[in-house]
Design a protein around this ligand. Structure first.
Ligand SMILES: Nc1ncnc2c1ncn2[C@@H]1O[C@H](COP(=O)(O)OP(=O)(O)OP(=O)(O)O)[C@@H](O)[C@H]1O
Length: 305
């Protein structure tokens, strides 16, 4: 039996119609971590989570949650995980308290072991316990979804893009709660498009791209891969031949007079890049720089691969 929180081997999914959403994915989420699963739209994140949730059937490979194989021990696997989906789903005519009680009933949690009020308190929804769910704000509904995913006290909590469309204040509250759960021993998996979000929270980050895992590293190592910095330089005359210099990682022309240069910020600084362009006889009219984002990390990783 695996002692990982989640263990995935050779997981594949081809949807009817032929779209391959997951291609032979191997992934281990260690217990006790906050683990980030990053990828752009359509990378396969929701497919992977929905397979773990038992909502989508895989077409190949195996997966286990808290040591329980999802095919051989589906019930044990299911109670080991709480999933907060992107969509908000609950009956608007029940109160938050009732919503949690019903969910606990579905999971067979005995009345004396239910912690509905405690969960509502933790999500700052205590004063809404008896309100109709339909009267909650968007942010409150989302917090109720998190509470709902935790009613059976699963050791693993998965948040599928929890901050999409969420304001900064609520985001900070959600993170505070996620950190609190983590401190109490819950393993947290979160999917996101945003590198900085994963960077702030996660111990480890895997990147999924076109259904394949292209990186799986401790957060610091992954962020260090994003060492490429970009500078766009407008020069004073049309460029007929691109300047060459060892300090450029890549240089390309954008329009007649704009040079887009990437360089490794651990080895070179922007001043050296500009000096190299001036050495080629160009006058500099304007400069803008950009920090690397997830796309740049992808590019670096795929280029390296
Ligand atoms: N039910 C389905 N039938 C056919 N294709 C699907 C189905 N669900 C998803 N796909 C396709 O599978 C691929 C992976 O989708 P998935 O939703 O897993 O990506 P994602 O990484 O979660 O994206 P997002 O960040 O937009 O939620 C996409 O190309 C998507 O169009």
């Amino acid at each position: 039996m695996s002692d990982a929180a989640i263990e995935i081997e050779g997981l594949s999914k081809t949807y009817e119609g032929g779209k391959q959403a997951l291609d032979n994915v191997d992934l281990t989420v260690p217990r006790g971590q906050i683990f980030g699963l990053l990828g752009p739209n359509g990378a396969g994140k929701s497919t992977l989570i929905n397979i773990l949730a038992g909502l989508v059937n895989k077409t190949g490979g195996r997966a286990s949650i808290w040591g329980f194989d999802i095919d051989r021990h589906p019930r044990n696997a299911k109670v080991s995980i709480g999933i907060v989906n992107q969509e908000i789903t609950f009956d608007p005519f029940f109160t938050p308290f009732e919503t949690l009680e019903i969910q606990a009933g579905l999971f067979g949690v005995p009345k004396r072991e239910r912690r509905s009020m405690e969960l509502l308190r933790a999500m700052h929804l205590e004063d809404k316990a008896q309100a109709y769910s339909r009267t909650l704000s968007g942010g409150m509904k989302r917090r109720l979804m998190v509470a709902k995913a935790m009613v059976h006290a699963p050791p693993v909590l998965v948040l599928d893009e929890p901050t999409a469309g969420v304001d900064i204040e609520l985001r900070q509250q959600l993170w505070e709660y996620v950190r609190g759960l983590h401190a109490r021993g819950v393993t947290v998996v979160l999917t996101t498009h945003y590198l900085e979000e994963a960077e702030e929270l996660c111990d480890r980050i895997a990147i999924i791209h076109h259904g394949r895992i292209i990186a799986n590293e401790p957060t610091r190592d992954l962020v260090n891969m994003a060492q490429e910095k970009l500078v766009e330089v407008t020069v004073d005359r049309d460029v007929t031949a691109l300047p060459e210099n060892r300090c450029f990682q890549q240089i390309e022309l954008k329009g007649d007079r704009i040079l887009a240069v990437s360089y490794n910020k651990t080895q070179v600084n922007a001043g050296e890049v500009l000096a190299a362009i001036q050495q080629d006889g160009f006058g500099i009219v304007d400069v803008s720089t950009r920090e690397p984002d997830l796309e740049d990390v992808f590019l670096n990783l795929t280029r390296a691969a």
